[in-house]
Each structure stands twice: as structure tokens, then as C-alpha cells.
Design a protein around this ligand. Structure first.
Ligand code: AVJ
Length: 320
């Protein structure tokens, strides 16, 4: 790791471009062409996601933020120990700020795939919390959920807000939650956000905001691949689609292709014909009971769960 500030180290495990190219080629060539949602998040994508979180229609971020603010002290009393916070997919670390303010943890380790975003955020944060040791790790946490370990190890609290867990399909979710349990260690904790079932209309609006930020965010996945892998997608040939899939209890996002696209990825050419739909994201919705059961299955003991008045969103605290 590089020492960037007295209390900030930076470890770069950004995945090699060649690996990304092979992965993208194979997922776009599959029977159901798809892309991993992690490709949404380059510098531009993180900025677009930020814009989404400020739209009136997208309730999750502001609801969860309010829950964290309101209950952080109660959480700290329940935890009753010194901690290091580990946050896979930390983005701009906005939510961690709430915990840093109210908990005074000894360490904070954000893992984030967007290097610019991670560096900007931690360079800002570290001087503001001189008593906290910051270990920034640029990594694709979906590849390997391992983190550097130090000597005097404190119990870890794994922080996984935002209902990012909703991106995983049920089987992958079970594995991932078990990985989070490993990451937490035997004396650790998990603080995780899970978006709740609600009316399809409300969900539809949240993923089809009138300002068009969600559409821009969805299309940016191709812009990102153009910038990073020089694929040559024509963004004008694609259209944003988002809808609630009642059977699967998830919001799906797709990019509908209206014109034949000849692109080049990992040295191979690939044609996406007009009418092809590229599946870019699932966002599963949960009930408190089902989600708590999934935590138990992964080896956690649920401690508390907080909901807003409208029961839009849930925040779960569990121990290993
Ligand atoms: C960051 C994955 C939780 O699923 O709601 C927002 C991403 N996609 N609008 C979500 C997203 C479209 C978001 N997560």
C-alpha cells in the first residue's frame, strides 16, 4: 500500500483491462446478453448515480440515510466495542460519514472499483477524522472479497448499505452473504440495507425518473466500456428500459438495441442485432422476514432492524 496521508493508505487492486474485456465479451455473447452492474461505476457513472439519489422519485438513498442518522447511536450501544468498518462498494463514502461522526471507529476500509471516486473521497475524509486509520482499497469486491489484515486486529463491522445486495440473484446472494460472514470474522458484525416490497408504480417511478438520470446511468455502462475497452458502441442505438418483474420480485434494467451494432471486444468482433436486449441490472426487493432468514442462513444472528414510517427500506444489524 502507498501512504497518501498520515492516516490514509491506498492499495490498488484494480482488475486488469484484459480480464474485463474477456468478461464483457462472454456476458454479451451469452444466450441472454447481459453486463455486470459493476460496469456502471466509473467516475462518470458514480456521478450519475449520485444524481439519481437526489431525484424525488428515488427514495432508497434518502430513506436509508435518515435511518442511519436516526439510529446510529442506538447501533453503537448495541455493538459496544471498538471497531474497524469495512465497506465493499463504498462509492463516495457518504454514508460512512454518518458512522464516522457518531461512532468514532478506529479504522475505515472502503473497497471501491472506481479509483477516482475512492481517492477523491478518502483524501477529503482522512484529514477530517485524524483519529481514524483509513485503508482505501481499489478493487472489484465481486471477484475476491479479501482485505489486507493488520496486526492488532479489531472486530470488523461490514457495512453494505444501499440495497446493493439486491443486485445479486438468489443463489449468488446466498454465497455473497456467506462471504460477508467470512469477512466479518467470528467477532464481527454486519450492517446492511435491504430495499422493501412496495407498489409496482412506486418502483417504476424510482427507476424511470423524469429528469432522465437513471436512463443516462444505464446508458453510461456502454460509454464506460467504450472509454475503457474501446468497444465502439453507438449509444444512440440503445434505449433505457426499467420495469418491475412481479414474478421475480425485482426491478430489471435493460438496454434495448434498435440498430445492428458491430463492436470489437478483446480482439474479437461481436454483432448485437436490432431487437437485442442487454440486461444490465436486477434490483431485488425484500420482506424483513425473508431477508432476516437469509442472514441466518449465511451464519449471522440478526440483532435489530430499522424501518422508516412508510416501510420503504430496511437497515439490518447482525452479529457473526
Ligand atoms: C446501488 C444497486 C442499490 O438497485 O437501486 C439505481 C442502483 N440502478 N437506479 C439500485 C440503481 C438504477 C441501485 N443500487
Amino acid at each position: 500500500p502507498r501512504q497518501l496521508l498520515p492516516n490514509l493508505t491506498f492499495l490498488d487492486l484494480y482488475p486488469p483491462t484484459a480480464d474485463a474485456a474477456r468478461e464483457v465479451l462472454s456476458s454479451l455473447s451469452a444466450a441472454t446478453p447481459h453486463l455486470d452492474p459493476k460496469y456502471f461505476y466509473d467516475e462518470q457513472g458514480s456521478a450519475l448515480f449520485d444524481a439519481i439519489t437526489r431525484t424525488p422519485e428515488y427514495y432508497p438513498t434518502r430513506t436509508e440515510t435518515r435511518l442511519l442518522r436516526e439510529h446510529a447511536r442506538t447501533m453503537a450501544r448495541t455493538l459496544d466495542t471498538e471497531l474497524t468498518i469495512v465497506e465493499p462498494g463504498a462509492g463516495g463514502c457518504e454514508k460512512a460519514r454518518i458512522l464516522l461522526d457518531q461512532w468514532q471507529p478506529r479504522g475505515y476500509m472502503p473497497l471501491e472499483i472506481s479509483r477516482e471516486c475512492l481517492l477523491d473521497a478518502t483524501r477529503q475524509l482522512a484529514p477530517q477524522y485524524p483519529q481514524v486509520q483509513f485503508q482505501a482499497v481499489c478493487a472489484d469486491y465481486s471477484q475476491a472479497l479479501t482485505v489486507p489484515t493488520g496486526h492488532q486486529e479489531l472486530p470488523r463491522l461490514v457495512f453494505f448499505p444501499g440495497s446493493t445486495i439486491g443486485n445479486f440473484e438468489p443463489v449468488a446472494r446466498r454465497t455473497f452473504l456467506a462471504d460477508l460472514r467470512q469477512l466479518a470474522g467470528d467477532d464481527g458484525f454486519l450492517l446492511i440495507g435491504a430495499d422493501l416490497h412496495k407498489s409496482p408504480e412506486r418502483l417504476h417511478q424510482a427507476y424511470n425518473d423524469s429528469a432522465g438520470h437513471t436512463a443516462a446511468f444505464n446508458l453510461n455502462i456502454l460509454a464506460h466500456l467504450n472509454r475503457r475497452l474501446d468497444c465502439g458502441f453507438d449509444l444512440d442505438a440503445f434505449e433505457h428500459q426499467a420495469f418491475y418483474n412481479e414474478d421475480q420480485q425485482r426491478v430489471e434494467m435493460h438496454l434495448q438495441c434498435h440498430r445492428d451494432q458491430h463492436v470489437r471486444i478483446a480482439g474479437e468482433s461481436l454483432t448485437l442485432s436490432a431487437g437485442t436486449r442487454v440486461h444490465t441490472e436486477n434490483s431485488y426487493k425484500f420482506s424483513v422476514e425473508d431477508f432476516s432468514r437469509e442472514l441466518v442462513t449465511a451464519g449471522f444472528q440478526p440483532l435489530s432492524c430499522w424501518l422508516d414510517d412508510e416501510a420503504l427500506f430496511s437497515v439490518h444489524l447482525a452479529r457473526a
